[in-house]
Design a protein around this ligand. Structure first.
Ligand code: TMP
Length: 221
């Protein structure tokens, strides 16, 4: 049996991780075979790439957009080979926090051409696409506020963290790219309003996931 591949996408603070956890717990309660992972950092080597990509480097140097793109794809290639393809071949329901759409949205917003991403997809994805993408949509102004509150709760070390206007503008571009992806791939992408209370978001997600699982032979109710 072939598995089912579901990704979850959205701007920072849109509640992806919470919802992915809720969904995976629900599937486990139903005794369904689930694998949960994320990008970047789904594999041990990928976690090293995640650190290189997301932690501030001591030198103050930052990645140029093309180097960043290649590192995200190195992480993805390893993730697909080591975890995603084998789990799908074993017939599992594979839930992944961020995938190709994040690259299209974030690296696209940083100025990387779509054609470069098309070429890397050919090399790395080789035609594999999620059966369903849950796209949690939220105004970045509100979602980044959630991130700030979370950072403040983490303690003084992060207390200075505030998103400035340039960052906000970047995240607005990211959101618009996500929205365009949803519009261009209506069969694959479910656009879910993410400002609603978590229980409501969870219900909206389940409305999209349950029929897919049923039609894939998983008998979810
Ligand atoms: P996360 O904490 O939600 O996993 O976010 C990881 C960060 O990496 C987030 O800022 C989005 C970014 N990202 C990209 O820029 N391109 C990508 O392809 C992926 C997977 C993540």
């Amino acid at each position: 049996m072939q598995g089912v591949f579901i990704t979850i996408e959205g701007v920072e603070g849109s509640g992806k991780s919470t919802q992915l956890l809720r969904l995976s717990e629900r599937l486990r309660r139903l005794d369904l075979p689930v694998m949960v992972s994320k990008e970047p950092g789904g594999t041990a080597l990928g976690r090293e790439l995640r650190r290189l990509l997301l932690e501030r480097h001591g030198s103050g140097e930052t990645w140029c957009p093309e180097a960043e793109l290649l590192l995200f794809y190195a992480d993805r290639a390893q993730h697909l080979e080591a975890l995603i393809r084998p789990a799908l071949a074993e017939g599992k329901i594979v839930l992944v926090d961020r995938f190709e759409d994040s690259t299209r949205a974030y690296q696209g917003a940083s100025g990387v051409a779509e054609s470069s991403m098309d070429r890397l997809n050919e090399l790395v994805l080789r035609g594999l696409r999620p059966h369903l993408t849950l796209m949690l949509d939220m105004d970045p102004e509100a979602s980044l506020q959630r991130v700030e509150v979370r950072n403040l709760a983490l303690g003084a070390e992060f207390a200075e963290t505030r998103f400035d206007e340039a960052e906000l503008e970047f995240h607005r571009r990211v959101r618009n790219r996500f929205l365009a992806i949803a519009q261009n791939h209506p069969n694959r992408v479910a656009l879910i309003p993410a400002r609603d209370p978590a229980d409501q978001v969870e219900a909206a997600i389940w409305q999209r996931v349950a029929p897919l699982l049923r039609s894939s032979g998983f008998g979810a109710d």
